[in-house]
Design a protein around this ligand. Structure first.
Ligand code: ZN
Length: 292
């Protein structure tokens, strides 16, 4: 009996090793939201490393030595594109990596803000479908043996995103037309505003590096004092100081915190792209409810 057991163990080991030799694909994603989308599509077929982590600002990120090592070792790299990661081209070039580099926003219809391309395309779920399909197609090209799995995972994930989007459309359509103004620190929600007929205002533009001029801030505060805003939100990646100043000069209450350019830390309310969307949409809809 003992001999038989030993034989079985040996048998298992020998025949298990070819499967184990099928190493996961090493994937680097530039920021946390994109990293989650990649994980949803790849499951355990890839090891995903994210460069700009939770609650961090990818606009002004400075890559570290460990980022360079991850990029050097990567098989596949995903970036957002549309000018979001100002640091990624140099990081990838200087690393000498052989990785295939894919732009997740390929095929997205870009929004222009004062003549500049708005990079925050993930903030419309309909663009999320494009990101996810691009990730599946890119992974299928890089790892053709698992193409069917990537495509099936993407299709199921897009269905989940679609359910969140359709629910949001019905909730937003119930809000009054004149109570749809939302203020955030930087202009990260243009695609979301477009998708659901909202009006987002921000003292800082699409890039967090810019400082608002005193006169721009004053005219935003004047506008809000005249018209009122439905909701005022701080963001997870920017300082709350500006929004707090607007709150104190308009008497508007801060409705909560939105996740614009990064997921939350583990244990927070936005640890995945879908959770982030459900959190943001829930906060905005609650804040815009007409008081009865
Ligand atoms: Zn941003």
């Amino acid at each position: 009996m003992k001999m038989l057991l030993k034989g079985l163990v040996l048998f298992t080991l020998v025949f298990a090793s070819p499967a184990a030799a099928h190493d996961p694909v090493k994937v680097v994603a530039s920021f946390s939201i994109l990293g989650d989308m990649v994980e949803q599509v790849t499951g355990d077929l890839a090891d995903v490393t994210t460069i700009v982590g939770p609650d961090a600002d990818a606009h002004v990120y400075q890559p570290s030595a460990s980022d360079a090592i991850a990029v050097t070792k990567a098989d596949v790299i995903f970036v957002n594109g549309l000018g979001f990661e100002t640091w990624s081209d140099a990081l990838i070039e200087n690393s000498g990596t052989d990785a295939s580099v894919f732009v997740a926003t390929e095929g997205v219809d870009p929004l222009l803000v004062e003549g500049e391309v708005d990079p925050h395309a993930w903030n419309a779920l309909t663009n999320g479908y494009i990101y996810v399909q691009n990730i599946a197609d890119s992974m299928a090209a890089a790892d053709p043996a698992h193409a069917d799995t990537y495509q099936a995972n993407a299709a199921a994930y897009i269905e989940e995103l679609r359910a969140v989007h359709e629910n949001a459309i019905s909730e937003f359509s119930a809000l009054p037309e004149n109570g749809r103004t939302v203020v955030t620190a930087h202009d990260a929600f243009g695609y979301l505003a477009d998708a659901y007929g909202l009006n987002f205002l921000a003292p800082v533009g699409i890039d967090t590096e810019a400082e608002p001029s005193a006169s721009d801030l004053a005219s935003l505060i004047d506008y809000l004092n005249e018209t009122g805003a439905g909701a005022l939100f701080v963001e997870n990646i920017t300082s709350p100081a500006l929004v707090e100043q607007i709150a104190s000069e308009t008497g508007l209450e801060i409705g909560g915190r939105l996740f614009s350019d990064a997921l939350s830390e583990r244990g927070g309310p936005a640890t995945s792209y879908i959770a982030m969307f459900e959190h943001n949409l829930g906060e905005i809809i609650a804040a815009l409810q007409p008081s009865s």
